[in-house]
Design a protein around this ligand. Sequence first.
Ligand SMILES: [Zn+2]
Length: 235
Amino acid sequence: MKKNSINRVIGFVIVGLVLLAAVIETGRSVYTWSQQAAKQPRYTIVIDPGHGGNDPGKIGINDVPEKDVNLAISLELKEILEQNDCRVVMTRQKDEALYQAGDTNKKVADLRARCQMINDSGADAVISIHQNSFTAESSRGAQVFYRASSQEGKKLADILQTQLVSGLDPDNRRVAKANSDYFMLKNTTATMVIVECGFLSNSKEAELLTQASYQRRVAWAVALGVLQYVSGGLS
Ligand SMILES: [Zn+2]
């Protein structure tokens, strides 16, 4: 073989190897990309466990602080939603308030920080978890509140109210209610509801809301409602 021909063959081999490497590399990145795409959750949900840190919220008839019940239910809810195609953003994951040391009005600073997280999240739905309280001990039952001007909020709230009634207490006659005063509803734009899971001023509900098994039931009822809402089905 002439020297020219040998050089040409070597040239072809090198070009061939480079092409092969490129194909393998491209294939690998397409594979990695599709794997990442498959892993991306479809929905973004913000869970806001009300109160925390120096702000206990309501104090139960059994002395349980609302902030603890809110966080326990929220963490259960987070786990269920993350297993069901949701990316979850938590406004808090421990017993803390979200103000800075220099803030003069700590409560407002805390609420503003939560609103900022919600507005930055691009959430499909925002669930703020709270517990109710009233002077009459007989008051009981979960109730969902939504921004009065929000059609989507009403839709989400109605679905959640139905799930909470059927999942926790079929005798609960409460219906989802519009609200135009709550700070967080006024200062956020995403579809948001406030879920008052029960009354800490009612001894039976306060006892239930303190139990991990009941907290899980509440979380499941809320999760089913959220998934029903975001998937757009069965509503
Ligand atoms: Zn509260």
